[in-house]
Ligand binder design. Structure first.
Ligand SMILES: Nc1ncnc2c1ncn2[C@@H]1O[C@H](COP(=O)(O)OP(=O)(O)O)[C@@H](O)[C@H]1O
Ligand SMILES: [Mg+2]
Length: 243
């Protein structure tokens, strides 16, 4: 993972200033949010359900053009988005899904390489329904990464997977991000997932970034005291009683 650059020396990949979004007259979802993400930095976004995590992600992805709001958003030219469901096109084979919309004569080769990177070599000609949920998310990651995005936005991408598959996907996502170095904003409700994966964890509350902590652990073992301390701190910030 990239070192936390702090955004002082290099231009951040993502720069958000005074972002406001609201869906009704009785109050905003985002209320003047500021956020920087350095190039290559992995940021996890946590927060209680309904605090506006997806709203922020959709704003960064440019998917919220009908939503009322204001503020400044700067993101790289190439942005990929992964959601909780893979959103594969059911009428296209896996390779066709990964290369869909890709230009250039080497699209097939790049698609095959991306599938190999996510562990799906040999499944190029499968249909989406023939893949397990975890495999479908692998394909969705391949479809994102084949575009070499400078920013990867992921909204609870592992939320529908069983615990063991989720842990495998953590390992895969870290490996992919270390190889490709996009800036990442990962929305998750899983505090452990945030600590395992991110360089920095931010907590959204009241429409602004309430907590912003670097993940500065000697290792990412879930059993280490430093991990437990950070987990307890974040759960406390979330208003959850740590057990
Ligand atoms: N398209 C929409 N229309 C109306 N209200 C919305 C819409 N999208 C989100 N909201 C509301 O905005 C708030 C934040 O939603 P969301 O960003 O999805 O939260 P989170 O992802 O943190 O759970 C919620 O109260 C939700 O009901
Ligand atoms: Mg959400």
């Amino acid at each position: 993972m990239a070192a936390h650059a702090g955004g002082l020396t290099s231009t951040p990949a993502v720069r958000v200033r005074d972002l406001h979004r609201s869906f009704s007259a009785n109050g905003g979802v985002l209320n003047g949010l500021d956020l920087d993400i350095a190039a290559g930095e992995f940021v996890a976004l946590i927060g209680r359900s309904g605090t506006g995590k997806s709203t922020l992600l959709r704003a960064l992805a440019g998917l919220d053009r009908d939503v009322k709001g204001s503020g400044r958003i700067a993101v790289p030219d190439s942005v990929s988005v992964v959601f909780q469901d893979s959103r594969l096109l059911p009428w296209k084979r896996i390779l066709g899904n990964v290369t869909f919309g890709l230009r250039g004569g080497d699209a097939d080769r790049r698609g095959r390489q991306a599938l190999a990177e996510v562990g799906l070599a040999g499944r190029e000609q499968a249909w989406p329904y023939q893949l397990s949920g975890g495999e479908q998310q692998r394909a969705a990651l391949a479809r994102s990464l084949v575009r070499e995005p400078r920013l990867l936005l992921a909204d609870e991408p592992f939320g529908a997977l069983d615990a063991l598959t989720r842990i495998r996907m953590h390992t895969l996502l870290r490996k992919l991000c270390e190889a490709h170095r996009p800036a990442v904003l990962l929305v998750t409700h899983d505090v452990d997932e945030a600590i395992v994966l991110a360089d920095r964890v931010i907590l959204l509350d009241g429409g602004v970034v309430r907590t912003d902590v670097p993940v500065d652990l000697p290792d990412r073992s879930r059993n280490s005291p430093a991990f437990a301390d950070l987990r307890a701190h974040l759960l406390d910030q979330l208003g959850v009683e740590a057990s």
